[in-house]
Design a protein around this ligand. Structure first.
Ligand code: ATP
Ligand code: MG
Ligand code: FE
Length: 350
């Protein structure tokens, strides 16, 4: 099927067009620069930026793929989770497009979309089930067990406070580095010693591993970094930014990889899929590949343009749903900022 996907859950306006499992276009407009001076995404600013970017993005995606609106088999949109106002803009646009074109409309889950992005990676062999998936971005840190992309995605664990990307952004800010913090910390860490400071690994004690085996917590780590820096500053010492960045990054990466591989081991699943914007982190990819190999686990990492938020992954998930025989959504759905990952498609018609 030929599907156009609309993604507006956070700060990227993503329009993607896919035919079956083939990517035809993937247009991404980000309002990240507008959020930079606030140190994080401002919901109202993001929503307005989506409103302005949607029409030109749709036109660009159609032009790039040489597809006409009339040729589409379906329109797809992210219904949640994400920022309510931002989601609403995409949902409204998708409904308008589907109704005016008389095309079926599919409302789908953003997190499951991140997994579907992998299907568009034409360099990789087909996705095998079951697979463990680790999704890490500015808004999410989730560990999932995927038995089937269209019918069975289970949430094993998630962050109890900050998302991993959010932790990078906050720690960068307290080190005086600009937003977004991930790439800045990566750069600063390159010349640092990642064993210099023993920052805490959240929810990793034996007692935590009983109740929160697959859950994450990064706010304690952020506080530990803040306290460490404050103490140096109070003593009039220079803060070794590179060492702090490298040690902080190591703490985040260590926990993410340790818990993802624990899930692989516990469920007897020798496959791990990575997704989300934090996958851009070099050290994360390096440690994941290294430790997974030692445990006989195969790691899949889609190209970065498909890891960050985009519309192609939403179209790809919908293409899979159509191929699996699923009916379109009714027009009754809305934006659901807390849509659970188990709801792969919203409001499927009877
Ligand atoms: P969502 O949570 O809905 O997926 P988002 O816009 O918050 O959306 P992404 O755009 O996927 O998330 O990713 C942005 C986040 O990734 C930011 O928090 C940013 O700091 C982080 N990030 C980007 N590059 C790196 C890097 N090299 N290392 C660590 N974090 C990074
Ligand atoms: Mg983003
Ligand atoms: Fe996302």
């Amino acid at each position: 099927p030929l599907v156009l996907g609309i993604e507006t859950s956070c700060d990227e306006t993503g329009i993607g067009i896919v035919r079956g499992r083939t990517l035809l276009s993937n247009t991404i407009a980000s309002s990240m620069d507008e959020h930079a001076r606030y140190g994080g995404v401002v919901p109202e600013v993001a929503a307005r930026a989506h409103l302005e970017a949607l029409q030109p993005s749709i036109e660009a995606a159609l032009a790039e793929s040489g597809v006409a609106l009339a040729d589409l088999d379906a329109v797809a949109v992210t219904s949640g989770p994400g920022l309510a106002g931002a989601l609403m803009v995409g949902v409204g646009a998708a409904k308008a497009l589907a109704v005016s074109l008389e095309k079926p409309l599919y409302a789908v889950n953003h997190l499951v979309g991140h997994i579907a992005a992998d299907i568009l990676d034409d360099q990789a062999p087909p996705l095998e089930y079951p697979t463990v998936a680790l999704l890490v971005s500015g808004g999410h840190t989730s560990l999932l067990l995927v038995r089937d992309l269209t019918t069975d995605v289970e949430l094993l664990g998630e962050t109890m406070d900050d998302a991993a990307g959010e932790a990078f952004d906050k720690v960068a800010r307290l080190l005086g580095l600009p937003y977004p913090g991930g790439p800045e910390i990566d750069r600063a860490a390159a010349s640092g010693d990642n064993t210099a400071i023993p920052f805490p690994r959240g929810l990793s004690r034996a007692s935590d591993m009983a109740g929160h085996r697959y859950d994450f917590s990064f706010s304690g780590l952020k506080t530990a970094v803040a306290r460490w820096v404050e103490l140096r500053e109070a003593a009039g010492e220079q803060v070794p930014i590179a060492d702090v960045a490298a040690s902080f990054r190591e703490a985040v990466v260590d926990v993410l990889v340790t818990k993802a591989l624990a899930a692989c081991r516990d469920y007897g699943v020798p496959r791990l899929l990575l997704g989300g914007g934090v996958i851009a982190n070099r050290r994360l990819r390096e440690v994941a590949l290294e430790r997974a190999a030692a445990e006989g686990v195969t790691v899949r990492i889609p190209p970065l343009s498909l890891c960050t938020d985009n519309g192609a992954m939403i179209a790809a998930l919908t293409s899979e749903l159509i191929m699996a025989g699923r009916a379109p959504s009714t027009l009754e759905f809305g934006a659901d900022s807390t849509l659970p990952v188990t709801e792969i498609q919203v409001a499927e018609s009877a």
